[in-house]
Write a protein that binds this ligand. Structure first.
Ligand SMILES: *Cc1c(COP(=O)(O)O)cnc(C)c1O
Length: 491
């Protein structure tokens, strides 16, 4: 049996060649002309393997992975919807792929048009005046948005406002971004309906509040009915409202953050707008603001005069927060997605996403503990099994799902419920797939009662069983060199 668990370096055999390089276009270039400080001091450590071995190695690795294209992936808060192939086709088009960020503006008019139009689409979708596509991720967008809020207050000479109110149901990046921005977090409690508690909010409002960060529907998948009152309270106290729009799926085409009274927001293109994510790959977290705040948006900005697109670097801007324009090809994918669906179909996204989550909520509440009854938005949160006599935990349920060929939902988040299971089916799944998931979840509930040991041992069908997550997080091995060191030290 050939061992396909080997690292590619371990397959290396001196002198074996698996590549053929194209003829260099720098034929007249002499390596001796290079400055010494630009040359390698040691040999480049590369595996020497045949083309077939490379293919087998990576094909086998990819088979161990699980993605949206392998099976159902209801990871709550992550919006693992299908990424249409036409997006990839556009992003791999040479006309876009081979662009250089320093090319003369007159030669990239088409690329700038896409960029400019996407800014405008996001404004129309969210009800905010202007967008910057520069931030690289949701959390990066949060930081930029908070920097805008800070700049707004400090520009008015108001240096006291240094606190950001964040509900306890918020995504962990909200308090993290606040701290990175040099501001202080004020946490407020949710009420028993999973919503912002207005009395707790009023109690913390004062003249040192810079603003409030909120997701709506919130991280429990619940719509904040009091949103207009909340934004009014914060505005009256002199603060600004930040909308965490990482996930806009539930609202798409129905409700706009700008109309709810928000001043600043970010959107994750790599969630709602169907660009691939996971594994730390390229993302995009555009930031949108009201007209008053638009002068603070970072440089460079893409603008339009008559039919000409140009790049502006403004002195009033925050400065630059990314290399060049951000992740252009991610923006291009999102633009393709919006154009492919069109206005009418885009409006259906939120409806189907919400319908699917509610369908699951209703079908599973006989077996799973639904702590917040009633309608949810695009995702639903359970708190473990209804049967509290078993010692089967949410972790065991999640692991068992893997044996059934489905990705686990988000677990132990949000932190409000000790056995939280957060399911987000998205709109791109068929009724058959969702029914199968419901079926499997009911099977697992029965197993929990009759054969809990199966769940405690799960997963048994995955390439590895239960990992030591703390060890994996503390002892990250990124390179073959680190791996060798680890193996040698282990003895
Ligand atoms: C995913 C998510 C974020 C963070 O986005 P990243 O691109 O991973 O930085 C922030 N807030 C919410 C509500 C999210 O779901």
């Amino acid at each position: 049996m050939i061992n396909y668990n080997k690292m590619i370096f371990e397959l290396s055999n001196e002198g074996r060649v698996g590549y053929s390089l194209p003829r260099s276009s720098f034929n007249n270039y002499n390596i001796d002309d290079l400055n010494d400080n630009l040359k390698r001091k040691s040999e480049l450590l590369l595996p020497e393997v045949s083309e077939l071995d490379v293919l087998r190695h990576f094909t086998n690795i990819s088979n161990k992975n699980f993605g949206v294209e392998n099976g159902f992936y209801p990871l709550g808060s992550c919006t693992m919807k299908y990424n249409p192939k036409i997006n990839e086709e556009m992003a791999s088009n040479k006309a876009f792929r081979n662009l250089h960020p320093l090319q003369p503006i007159s030669t990239v008019q088409g690329a700038l048009e896409v960029y400019y139009n996407l800014q405008k689409y996001l404004s129309e979708i969210s009800g905010l005046y202007e967008f910057s596509l520069n931030p690289f991720a949701g959390a990066h967008g949060e930081l930029v948005g908070l920097m805008v809020i800070k700049a707004y207050h400090q520009d008015r000479g108001d240096f006291k406002r240094n606190k950001i109110i964040i509900p306890d149901s918020a995504h962990g990046t909200n308090p993290a971004s606040t701290v990175v921005c040099g501001m202080e977090v004020i946490e407020i409690k949710s009420n028993d309906k999973g919503r912002v508690d207005l009395e707790s909010l009023k109690a913390v409002l004062s003249d040192d509040i810079a603003g409030m960060m909120l997701t709506n529907p919130n991280t429990l998948g619940i719509f904040e009915n009091d949103i207009c009152e909340i934004t009014k309270l914060v505005h009256d106290a002199g603060g600004l409202m930040y909308y965490d729009g990482a996930n806009l799926n539930a609202l798409l085409g129905k409700v706009r953050p700008g109309d709810m009274g928000f001043d600043v927001m970010h959107i994750n293109l790599h969630k709602t707008f169907s660009t691939p994510h996971g594994g730390g790959g390229p993302g995009s977290g555009p930031v949108g603001v009201t007209e008053i705040l638009s002068k603070y948006l970072p440089n460079p900005r893409v603008k339009k005069l008559d039919d000409y697109f140009y790049v502006e670097n403004s002195g009033e801007a925050l400065g630059q927060i990314s290399a060049y324009f951000g992740n252009y090809l991610v923006a291009l994918r999102a633009y393709t997605y919006i154009r492919t669906l069109g206005k009418e179909n885009l409006k259906m996204v939120g409806r189907y996403a919400t319908l699917n989550a509610n369908y699951i909520s209703k079908a599973l509440k006989t077996a799973y503990d639904l702590p917040i009854p009633g309608y949810c938005m695009h995702e639903v949160v359970f708190n473990g099994l209804n049967n509290k006599d078993t010692d089967v935990k949410t972790l065991d349920i999640a692991k068992r799902l893997l044996d059934y060929g489905m990705h686990a939902p988000t677990i132990y988040f949000p932190l409000l419920f000790p056995q939280a299971i957060m399911i987000e089916p998205t709109e791109t799944e068929t009724k058959e797939t969702i029914d199968e998931f419901i079926n499997v979840m009911h099977k697992i509930a029965i197993e929990a009662k009759e054969h809990p040991e199966i769940l405690k041992q799960a997963p048994t069908k995955t390439p590895i069983r239960r990992t030591d997550e703390v060890f994996a997080a503390k002892m990250m091995i990124f390179s073959y060199k680190d791996y060798l060191e680890y193996i040698n030290n282990r003895g």
